[in-house]
Design a protein around this ligand. Structure first.
Ligand code: GLC
Length: 845
């Protein structure tokens, strides 16, 4: 049977017969459009026209420039293009001639100074020239092209479709460049490259999700497109259930749209992927620098219960000398799952327990679920009912949904008073001694399915249904918690972890990837998901190490711990009734390996903390896709390279993600790479195969890099950093600026931090290392620097420190101050120096 034609088909056919300019000229009047549709339907097909379908944006009839804004009047609608900064424009398409200007939940305020741009008018087009790129506006019909500064096409509307609407539905179609690859879209399964699939933004609780399942907990309607001309980004700031069809079912277009809301998107010119992320996060916000303890190892399970079990886990870490900073309390710590309560039989004295754990160096993070048990006399519920802080049905009655505590009320986080009240509850728990908060079930999840569409939220008096608020529910909860804690304890950096999120949530919270599975496929998926989140502006992410549902084999656990070392959030978690998953429960060999791996994380903390700080300033994630760091090297995009990544720009990590695989094939980009375990140096620009017995994590240091580290500690603040070790990977010039501060608080924003700029330069037969304190207001306790010049063979002819000869030491374990030692086996020259504001070490051969 021939399907009935829609207006869309009719319009396309009309365009085919009469040409685009004709069709767009006549589409300016809806009546004409309907008439045309009917005629075409009759002419071209057998069947009945639906009489509904897309209206495509018609011809541009006039334009007006006003400051940063260019308003384009079309025959049947209006479009507005606003210059946000030198490399970002916002595109808004009205509905029936009116731009709705729906306020954004992702963007707070635009801080960028107004960017200069030039408007050129040509008979068939308008051209907007920004410092970072060009927007070309074709007039008949009104279609957009986005070009690099030099005029190469990054992205263009499909010439027939472009932008359209159908009732409340809004859509955009872009031409699918044959070379296009797509990255980002937040927490997504599948391959790192999102091309060839359709992706839905609808925060969804799906326990034990499959490796292709979509959608999941987080909605970030932002992606990076990479074509031959370079990279660009698009952020479709629409909170409804949007759909991204990235060249799936069609090789002509890719598209994005939503059933309601506004067609508002931001376009970011690259052409560097990093630049796209920097501009996207300038708009939606960046991860604030977390407290340093949150970068340590974290241990969770559903549930440590009662208090004695939690204390026992804590003691095990310390007596077994396995470093750890964070312990979690899952839902059983509460009185019948009632939020902000304690089960006082199992946890009789929470402040005393928390204080004891703090003395042992642990920070405790309890779970928070937004469902509040409907119960008269339960103070949280009473307060919310009395003050009208809960979500309601359209008829004004309170909505009740069922989750862990039974039937529950749900806070209406769109209301500022609800957010302030919610935040104050966090502050009260904080005062009892908990250190951070774990926001779960905030998609929001309710048993059975999801909140019915009769549920409405205040939404600044717009009374919006759950259809609009669903995807930002968790985002607003995180905002409530973050703002509440900041106001309550101004000198504490909040640590929040969330399951659900929206674009911009990175400025409040870390994200974990929900209820994954203890399988190798999921280990691989966790790597891709975390990299994908980083490309989507959310750098502080992690997956449940070991897997949540089911129980890992010892080998899987070991491999996952290895990958966890270089995942921004390093948290082991498992479900109720699974086998124990603490590092010592798999036998001595696995425990030893886990200890080594976790210790490596703590040894690298000076480097790790510095790249977190960088991310907080630039948005560039710590865990980086290979193509983010090596955009011009085609191999970085290969599917068989998608599980290796860069941690900062110095360390390449290639975790083994397959069972019984004891070697690893690794793509090494151009340059040279040191294997820090074997001390082999490999030429880059090729694949290498290295041994990877179950206990070894394949990773490589970029030759030329400088990686500051320290002796491992049992927890972040166990002892001050007095001796700084600096791995200088010789063989190419390079630099690194180390960042140090108190590890918590906001003194750093008042300049209370230290920076040491390290650089290595080789000329002729000499290697010079400079270390200069460029900022010195925190006064770290570092008394000694130990330089480990790696990839160093033979004996030096001389070693000088600030012009004075250093002393050769024969015993590597006892190098005196201003002494050096050659460790031939490790291809390493070790120099020990008392810290000074400016150090210059010159090694000649
Ligand atoms: C959800 C969370 C999981 C938690 C469990 C019990 O499934 O995703 O991490 O352990 O609820 O609170």
């Amino acid at each position: 049977m021939i399907p009935p034609p829609s207006v869309e088909k009719a319009a396309v056919l009309a365009a085919f017969f009469f040409g685009n300019s004709y069709i767009s000229r006549i589409t300016n009047q809806r009546t004409t459009m309907r008439f045309l549709t009917a005629i075409l339907s009759l002419l071209i097909t057998i069947g009945t026209a639906r009489g509904e379908g897309y209206t495509f944006l018609g011809n541009c009839t006039s334009h007006a420039r006003n400051g940063a804004t260019l308003t384009l009047t079309a025959t049947n609608n209006v479009m507005r293009i606003t210059v946000i900064d030198s490399a970002t424009v916002r595109v808004q398409v009205g509905r029936d001639g009116r731009i709705l200007d729906i306020p954004s939940y992702a963007i707070d305020t635009i801080t960028a100074p107004p960017a200069a741009w030039v408007l050129e008018e040509k008979p068939d087009r308008l051209v907007m020239r920004l410092a970072g790129g060009i927007v070309e506006i074709l007039k008949s019909p009104l279609r957009l092209r986005f070009l690099t500064r030099t005029g190469a096409e990054l992205c263009a509307d499909d010439s027939a479709f472009g932008h359209a609407w159908d009732g409340h539905e809004v859509m955009t179609w872009k031409r699918l460049d044959p070379s296009a690859r797509f990255y980002g879209l937040g927490e997504k399964t599948g391959n790192l490259d999102k091309r060839g699939n359709q992706w839905v933004m609808w925060n969804t609780d799906f326990p034990a999700y499959g490796v292709e399942h979509d959608p999941l907990y987080v909605s970030i309607p932002f992606f990076i497109g990479v074509v031959d001309a370079g990279a660009y980004g698009i952020f479709f700031d629409n909170t409804y259930r949007s759909v991204f069809t990235m060249g799936a079912g069609s090789r002509r277009t890719y598209s994005f749209g939503a059933p309601d809301g506004e067609m508002t998107y931001h376009f970011f010119f690259g052409p560097e992927m990093k630049r796209v992320i920097t501009h996207y996060t300038a708009l939606t916000g960046r991860m604030p620098l977390p407290p340093r303890w949150a970068l340590g190892y974290q241990q969770c399970r559903w549930s440590y219960f009662p208090a004695a079990e939690l204390m026992d886990v804590a003691r095990n870490f310390r007596t077994r000398r396995i470093p750890a900073d964070v312990l979690y309390l899952d839902i059983r710590h509460m009185d019948r799952y009632k939020v902000f309560t304690w089960d006082t039989a199992a946890f009789p004295d929470p402040p005393a327990m928390l204080a004891e754990l703090r003395r042992m160096g642990f920070h405790v993070v309890p779970i928070i679920d937004p469902g509040i048990k409907v119960e008269k006399g339960f103070h949280v519920d009473d307060e919310g009912v009395k003050r009208s802080l809960f979500a309601r049905h359209a008829d004004g009655t309170l909505y009740e949904g069922e989750v862990w505590p039974g039937w529950c009320h749900f806070p209406d986080f769109t209301r500022p008073d609800t957010r302030a009240w919610w935040g104050a509850h966090y502050a009260r728990l904080f005062d009892q001694g908990v250190a951070g908060f774990w926001n779960d079930m905030n998609e929001p999840a309710v048993w059975g399915r999801e909140m019915p569409t009769t549920v409405v939220f205040d939404d600044d008096r717009r009374n919006s249904t759950i259809r609009k608020i669903h995807n930002v529910y968790a985002h607003l909860e995180a905002r409530a918690a973050y703002e509440g804690l900041r106001a309550h304890a101004p000198d504490m950096r909040p640590f929040l972890l969330t399951r659900a999120a929206y674009a911009g949530s990175q400025k409040y919270t870390a994200i974990w990837t929900g209820d994954n599975v203890a399988s190798f496929d999921h280990l691989a998926l966790a790597v891709r998901m975390c990299i994908g989140l980083g490309l989507s502006g959310a750098p502080f992410v992690g997956a449940d190490v070991g897997g949540f549902v089911g129980s890992p084999s010892p080998e899987l656990f070991a491999r996952w711990m290895q990958a966890g070392v270089f995942t921004p959030l390093f948290r082991n978690h498992t479900t109720i009734n699974s086998r124990d998953q603490e590092p010592w429960t798999f036998g001595e060999e696995i425990e030893d390996n886990a200890r080594d791996m976790i210790s490596l994380r703590y040894e690298l903390m000076p480097y790790i903390y510095t790249i977190f700080r960088e991310a907080s300033l630039t948005g560039i994630p710590m865990m980086r896709a290979m193509q983010l760091e090596f955009q011009d090297e085609p191999e970085s995009y290969r599917w068989d390279v998608q599980h290796q990544f860069m941690f900062g720009s110095s360390i390449l990590v290639a975790p083994v993600v397959n069972e019984h695989q004891y070697f690893q094939k690794v793509w090494l980009p151009r340059g040279r790479w040191l294997d820090p375990v074997t001390n082999d140096v490999h030429d880059g620009g090729r694949f290498v195969t290295v041994d990877a017995p179950w206990w070894r994590l394949p990773c490589f240091f970029r030759v030329g890099s400088i990686i500051p580290r320290r002796a491992a500690v049992q927890y972040d603040n166990a002892s001050p950093l007095t001796e700084l070790t600096v791995d200088v990977v010789a063989g190419a010039d390079g630099a690194f600026t180390l960042y140090l501060d108190a590890g918590d608080g906001f003194g750093c924003q008042r300049g209370e931090y230290d920076e040491i700029a390290f650089a290595q330069n080789a000329t002729g037969s000499s290697l010079t290392i400079n270390a200069t304190a460029t900022q010195n207001s925190f006064a770290a306790d570092i008394g000694t620097h130990i330089y480990r010049i790696r990839n160093f063979d033979g004996l030096p002819a001389s070693v000088t420190i600030n012009g004075h000869s250093a002393i050769a030491a024969h015993d590597g374990s006892r190098i005196p101050d201003r002494g050096y030692h050659v460790d031939a086996g490790k291809h390493m020259l070790v120099v020990r120096v008392p810290a000074e504001p400016a150090l210059r070490i010159v090694v000649t051969r």
